[in-house]
Design a protein around this ligand. Structure first.
Ligand SMILES: NC(=O)c1ccc[n+]([C@@H]2O[C@H](COP(=O)([O-])OP(=O)(O)OC[C@H]3O[C@@H](n4cnc5c(N)ncnc54)[C@H](O)[C@@H]3O)[C@@H](O)[C@H]2O)c1
Length: 254
């Protein structure tokens, strides 16, 4: 699908990979709507890109419905949907304080998995009503963000890995369902990416993480995620798959 003059809706657009994706798509001629719970940060990025900032919580049906309507009213119907909203979580199932509170597990599933599904189901409903845009019969593309933790989660990542594994699991059935409407669904599973999610770790810890990546031996840049989003949008044969973006990293147990 051509990016130029398309409307792209990016969740988690206020930061990290979402913001980098919004910047690249905007440079390539898309109009961007950035959805995020962080009101001030999302406004700042949207202003830089002449885009549209929408305060939205991906876990809420009403909030996402409103965001899709607002995007359509302000920019036109979105045909590119990129799900980057997510939270990181690390805690053992049991530690000195006892078992992990169940609500903590629920929250990670709620934001990362249910939030992604919520956006995907409402975006699919909206996309299915649009006309096709090219000879292939495409109506739109949905790109989700999982993690390599979906495949080799470390100790302390039961909740995070479950949430990302769920995104991997729903990619193929969603693509199969979207096929009748000309909607593709893809998922990117990043390894270690240098975003504000890593802001709290020391330079030492960052360097230790970097050497665990075979090549290139460093954290990925958010722009490299955006490059893959671009390829997925432009290449019509990419559908129903999960692509790892990890420099051959395979996470160790801890
Ligand atoms: N950084 C990494 O190394 C890495 C690796 C693998 C996967 N990921 C995943 O990539 C995605 C983007 O991560 P990032 O590193 O750019 O993180 P980030 O923290 O920089 O950005 C995430 C954004 O999501 C927003 N957000 C959180 N909860 C939300 C909600 N309920 N509704 C709407 N917005 C919400 C945050 O406000 C933030 O702006 C996440 O899903 C993350 O799990 C990150």
């Amino acid at each position: 699908m051509e990016i130029k003059n398309c409307v792209a809706m990016i969740t988690g657009g206020a930061s990290g990979m979402g913001a980098a994706t919004a910047k690249l798509l905007s440079t390539l001629g898309a109009q961007v709507a950035l959805l995020d719970v962080n009101k001030d940060a999302v406004q700042k990025i949207a202003d830089e890109l002449n885009g549209c900032a929408i305060h939205c919580d991906v876990t809420s049906p009403e909030s996402v419905e409103k965001a899709i309507t607002e995007t359509t009213n302000r920019l036109g119907a979105a045909r590119i949907i990129v799900n980057c909203a997510g939270i990181v979580h690390g805690r053992r199932m049991i530690n000195r304080e006892g078992p992990m509170p169940l609500d903590e597990f629920r929250r990670v599933i709620e934001v990362n998995l249910i939030g992604t599904f919520n956006v995907m189901r409402l975006a699919t409903a909206s996309l299915s009503t649009l006309s096709t845009v090219n000879d292939t019969g495409e109506r739109g593309v949905i790109i989700n963000t999982a993690s390599v933790a979906a495949f080799e989660g470390q100790i302390g990542q039961t909740a995070y890995s479950a949430s990302k594994g769920g995104i991997v699991g729903m990619t193929l059935p969603a693509a199969r369902e979207g096929a009748q409407f000309g909607i593709r669904v893809m998922t990117i599973a990043p390894g270690l990416v240098d975003t504000p999610m890593f802001a709290k770790i020391s330079d030492e810890a960052r360097a230790a993480l970097a050497v665990s990546v075979p090549f290139p031996q460093r954290l990925a840049k958010p722009d490299e995620f955006a490059m893959l989003v671009r390829q997925i949008i432009e290449n019509p044969m990419l559908n129903g798959s999960v692509i790892r973006l990890d420099g051959a990293l395979r996470m160790q147990p801890k």
